[in-house]
Ligand binder design. Structure first.
Ligand code: FES
Length: 407
């Protein structure tokens, strides 16, 4: 077996820690000040854990604990973990919209990774814009990188109803306005709509983009659908910590994973999941940072070849992300469309995507439909052009009533 371990002097952090100069002396002295022994960190890959945890962000509120699992994995694999708090983008609370701050988090990610003694990065996020922001910034620095998705919250419940966060909110607000329910019911709904830490558990922007990250190959296998409060999420985080140390030793940079083929597969995935139209904006921006040309026309072209197989609300009719997870998660979904994917490209965990999804199965054909019984025959979005939108617009036609499709 070939020993892939990199020599200490080949690590990027060696420039901070390992030279004979005054600066290295100072950096070592300051690391003693942090309380670390020389043998705990010198010559080891320094892993930055960029954590978007905040008290104000219910989608990421568990990530403070989860970072400990990432550190556990890094230590066990022989790395030196350091946690960096970064901006949190809370879709619920941040006004006027976190979209104004996506690029700020991308810049923060880029500048932190570039300016500190970092050999590899673990990015922790999931609420809507945080996934593209973190990956955009990391792509510009191009270090070995692993993404840890925040994971979906548990399904909402109210009386005998299963609720989808971010979708049933609108429905019940309309019921209140119509006088169908009152303050008592709304008070109960406040406690049932979002029952645990984690991002929205519909196939909204958050679940779509974390699935896209897994399809790109930047998460450990099966990571994106693990419920945020499941102990499997802790294990996934520890595995991500181990994986990043291995990636640094292999010197597999993010650019080796974020290829044109990977972005095509991410688009295929988003369309086959009936995912959010917001993914169009973010994937094009992420591809741009990775030096890959991705356009609206690529979405239109691929949409014509991909059936929607995920029966997850709101594109699907019935299920939520926990159902999708136990039906096989993204590996199960991808195992239904291998002919539509580029399986020979590397991921953070495997030399090929083929290995990554080997053995994956679907355990519920109503949640992840077979090809001969799709939710929709073509991918969930269509690109439109006309005098109102000469440069193109996107419609999620599977969520629209048929009478709205001709205008
Ligand atoms: Fe964070 Fe929906 S509010 S993902």
């Amino acid at each position: 077996m070939v020993d892939m371990t990199r020599r200490p002097e080949d690590l990027r952090s060696h420039q901070w820690y390992g030279t004979d100069g005054l600066r290295s002396f100072s950096h070592r002295a300051r690391t003693r000040q942090l309380g670390y022994l020389p043998e705990e960190h010198l010559g080891k890959p320094v892993i930055a854990i960029l954590n978007t945890w905040s008290d104000i962000n219910p989608c990421h509120v568990h990530l403070r604990d989860r970072a400990q699992a990432v550190k556990r994995g890094v230590w066990q694999a022989g790395g030196f973990p350091l946690e960096f708090p970064v901006s949190t983008l809370s879709e619920t609370f941040q006004k006027p919209t976190p979209m104004l701050y996506r690029n700020m988090l991308a810049m923060e990610t880029e500048e932190l990774l570039r300016s500190y003694p970092v050999d590899g990065a673990v990015l922790m996020g999931g609420c809507d814009k945080s996934t593209p922001a973190l990956l955009m910034g990391a792509a510009s620095v191009d270090l070995p990188t692993v993404f840890v998705p925040a994971g979906p919250m548990l399904p909402g419940h109210w009386r005998n109803e299963v609720l989808g966060s971010g979708t049933d909110m609108w429905k019940y607000w309309d019921d209140k306005r119509a006088g169908l329910i009152g303050d008592c019911e709304m008070h109960e709904l406040e406690s049932g709509l979002a029952r645990s830490p984690g991002h929205c558990m519909t196939m909204g922007t958050a679940s779509t983009l974390t699935a896209a990250a897994e399809a790109l190959g930047v998460t450990v296998p099966g990571a994106s659908s693990i419920p945020a409060v499941d102990s499997g999420h802790d294990r996934m985080a520890a595995k991500a910590g181990m994986t990043i140390v291995d990636l640094v030793h292999r010197d597999r940079k993010l650019s080796a994973v974020l290829t044109a083929e990977a972005f095509e597969d991410a688009v295929t995935t988003v369309l086959g999941l009936g995912g959010s139209t917001n993914a169009v904006i973010h994937l094009i921006a992420m591809a741009g940072r990775a030096g890959v040309r991705l356009t609206l026309d690529d979405f239109d072209r691929i949409a014509r070849t991909v059936p929607v197989l995920a029966n997850v609300r709101p594109g699907g009719r019935t299920y939520l992300m926990e159902d999708f997870h136990f039906a096989g998660g993204l590996p199960g979904f991808l195992s239904r469309i291998p002919d539509l994917l580029h399986l020979d490209r590397p991921t953070v965990s495997h030399d090929t995507m083929r290995e990554q999804i080997a053995g994956a199965q679907v355990h519920n054909d109503d949640v992840i439909r077979p090809r001969d019984n799709p939710v929709a025959r073509e991918g969930g979005v269509a690109v439109l052009r006309g005098n109102l939108c000469p440069d193109g617009a996107v419609i999620k036609h599977i969520s629209a009533e048929p009478h709205l499709l001709k205008h």
